[in-house]
Structures are given as C-alpha cells and as structure tokens.
Design a protein around this ligand. Structure first.
Ligand SMILES: Cc1cc2nc3c(=O)[nH]c(=O)nc-3n(C[C@H](O)[C@H](O)[C@H](O)COP(=O)(O)O)c2cc1C
Length: 378
C-alpha cells in the first residue's frame, strides 16, 4: 500500500479552515520553506530531462508551472523553484493596489474537486510587485511569467481601462520572462472581460505599442520585449464556438501575440455534482478544478489546430494528475499550469506529474515530452 503523503495527513486540518485562510496558512508555511530551499529541494526532486520544454527562446526544466492567482504579489518565487516547478506566473497584478472583494470569496467544492473564487484581483499593485521582483534573486533556470489585469474599479472603462493595463505593462515588462494579459477574469468589478473583438483589438494595440516603446534590459538579463501571451476564458462547452474563438485568435495573431493560456476560470456552474443549494449559498465567482478539464482541453486542441501548432499554448484548468497533464500535452499544450490541483493534492502533485509523465512516455515509446505535443490534435 502506498505511504500517505504528509499533505494527505494535513489536508483535513487545512480544510477545516475557510479556503482563503487555508491558502494563507500554506503561503506562510512556504515562506518558512523559502528560507531553506536546499531542504525543500530534497523533498521535491527536479524533473527528468526528458520533460524539458522550450518556448519563446526560454528553456523550461519542467513543463509544469504555477498558475496565476496563487502568488499574486510574487512573494515566493524561490520557493516555487524549489518545488521542482519549471516556472511560475505571478499576479494578476493591476496598476493600482486593490483589496479585492469582501470575504468570504473563495470556496471549496470537494465533491467536484473544484473551487469557486471571486477574489476580485486583490494585489499590492504594479509598482510594489515590480520592486519586489527587482530585488528578488531569480533562481537559476527558473522562468518567471507576470500576469497583468485591469485594476478592480468599475469606473475604469474604455480608454481608462486600457491606460491602466499600459501602466502595469510599463512597470512589469522589465521583470518578466513572459507577460500574460488576463483578458478573461470573470471577477471584474464591472462584470466584463476584454474578450470582445473590439475591446481585445484596442487593448492589444496599446500593449504592443507600450512594449515596443522601450525594449527592456532587465529581468532575467535578456534584452528585447518579453513574449506576450493572452489568457482566454473556457468555452461554454467542449463543442467550441469556432467562429468566436477564431476571431479572437486572429486578432491576437495580427498583433503578434506569442502564445495562449487556456484557460481561466468559468462563470457558469455546468457539470457539477455539488448540490444546487450549496452553489446558491456560495454565489457568483470563477469555477476552477476538475470540472474545467474537458473544456480547457477542447480549447487547447482547437487553438493548436487553428494555429498549426506554431504558437505555444500553456494548458491550465483541472490538471491534477499525470494522466490529465499528458492528455493536455497531447491536445497541444507545450506547457502546463496547476492551481486547484495543488489545493487538493498538495505540493507533491508536481513530482507525481513528473514521474507519471515519464512512465507515459515510456508506454508510448516516445523519447521526450516535446514529441507528444499535439499528438492527439493532428
Ligand atoms: C483563488 C483563485 C484565484 C485566481 N486568481 C487569478 C488571477 O489573479 N489571475 C488569473 O489570470 N487567473 C487566476 N486564477 C485562475 C487560475 O490561474 C487558473 O486559470 C484556473 O484556476 C484553472 O486552473 P485550475 O483548475 O488548475 O485551478 C485564479 C484561480 C483561483 C482558484
């Protein structure tokens, strides 16, 4: 019988706390772990070399990264590296600091291995996060993505919203190995995303102009503008509305977007077993975790096909096992991210995905994970 992991013993205690309080406790424990990265590293071995990936000229020692929202203020970058992750996407960061929505604002749906959150983009703001990143030594070989969003303020509409994004890009691009635009947050104060053709087009024009203005010479030391990625919402069903998605994809490609992140959380509650009364009591917010997996996988496959595999995709949404990770890679993801899986499975999930991916490559007679990318999408 397999030995229970430390996390499986701790989880019942953590799950007695409200979801956000448990997250806070985990972050404080990680802060302690960050002081002894060598010790943490012995518990969480590095990924097998066969799993290494490259994208946008960056080398990823592991294809598995931390999804946005977990470390909004970039407080724990060295810790994420010591867990064996290949990269972390910090943020979402907004131009102005924000306390987010009133609590409680994060909820577990254990029967569905899911979460609902309406955090509301709480973060310390672009200037504070940029200063922290500038003074944090970057773990060697670790890739840092920075995710930016519009400040949580319903009065920031139209051009003012775009100017807000611009400010964040200006402050944070010098610190980022890649920059992700969160155009799909379901928890905005005005209840809208930037995923309409006109809004996305205007936003991308401004962001690209901002990036071209001042090629950076900072962050990881590379010169030039960081690759620009766009994070999309999940489709309503696995049956993708190709017309809508393709229009957004073409706008992105027209502006030279370098990659996609599929997907953000979902506003709907489809496919859940949690009883309706509980869902009603929780109220609105973005759904994450296992119920998202099939839809995020379908969008990944669709993006891979429509771009002929030429634009790297980060697959995220319900990845909580090596099998789910491998399916996402075969659908077209070069890289993967985890959030809700970490909450339910603990930090050992990263090494379990690594070991399982090597086993699955052996089963399929493949040399490297790169050989599997898009194998089920062609
Ligand atoms: C509590 C919570 C906060 C999140 N905050 C952000 C955020 O600030 N920006 C963002 O782009 N995505 C955010 N996300 C979405 C995740 O990055 C990810 O896209 C989504 O949860 C699906 O992955 P998962 O099923 O592995 O959780 C958040 C998710 C959760 C659960």
């Amino acid at each position: 019988m397999p030995r229970p992991s430390l996390y499986s013993l701790l989880r019942p205690l953590l799950f007695r706390l409200d979801a956000e309080a448990a997250h806070g406790a985990g972050m404080r424990a990680a802060q302690l772990g960050q002081r002894v990265p060598g010790v943490v590293r012995t518990l969480f071995p590095a990924a097998d070399a066969r799993l290494a990936q490259s994208a946008w000229g960056l080398a990823f020692a592991s294809p598995v990264g931390l999804a946005a929202g977990f470390d909004k203020n970039a407080a724990l970058v060295p810790f994420w590296a010591s867990l064996g992750l290949g990269f972390a996407e910090v943020g979402s960061v907004t131009a102005r600091p924000s306390v987010g929505n009133p609590t409680p604002r994060a909820f577990r749906l254990p029967a569905d291995r899911a979460l609902v959150n309406r955090m509301g983009l709480n973060n310390e703001g672009a200037a504070a996060v940029a200063a922290r990143l500038a003074s944090t030594p970057r773990p060697p070989g670790f890739v840092l993505g920075v995710n930016v969003a519009k400040t949580h303020d319903p009065t920031l509409l139209g051009d003012a919203g775009i100017e807000d994004f611009r400010q964040s890009v200006r402050a944070l691009a010098p610190q980022a190995d890649y920059l992700a635009l969160n155009v799909s947050c379901p928890n905005t104060a005005e209840g809208k995303t930037f995923e309409t053709p006109d809004a996305l087009d205007a936003l991308l024009s401004a962001v690209v102009e901002e990036l071209d203005r001042e090629p950076r010479a900072g962050g990881s030391g590379s010169v030039g503008t960081p690759p620009l990625l766009v994070k999309l919402s999940p489709p309503a069903t696995t049956d993708i509305d190709a017309g809508m998605v393709n229009e957004l994809v073409q706008i992105c490609l027209g502006h030279g977007v370098d990659g996609f992140i599929a997907t953000n959380t979902a506003s709907d509650r489809s496919g859940l077993t949690t009883e309706a009364g509980r869902l009603e009591a929780i109220g609105r917010g973005g759904l994450s975790g296992r119920p998202l997996a099939d839809r995020a996988l379908a969008l990944t496959r669709h993006l891979y096909r429509t771009t002929d595999g030429a634009v790297p995709i980060i697959g995220v949404g319900g990845i909580d096992s090596a099998e789910a990770a491998y399916a996402r890679v075969r659908a077209g993801a070069t890289l993967l991210q985890v959030y809700t899986g970490l909450v339910y499975e603990g930090p050992g999930l990263v090494s379990r995905i690594h070991r399982g991916l090597v086993r699955l490559l052996d089963r399929d007679g493949l040399g490297t994970l790169a050989d599997a990318v898009g194998a089920a999408a062609r």
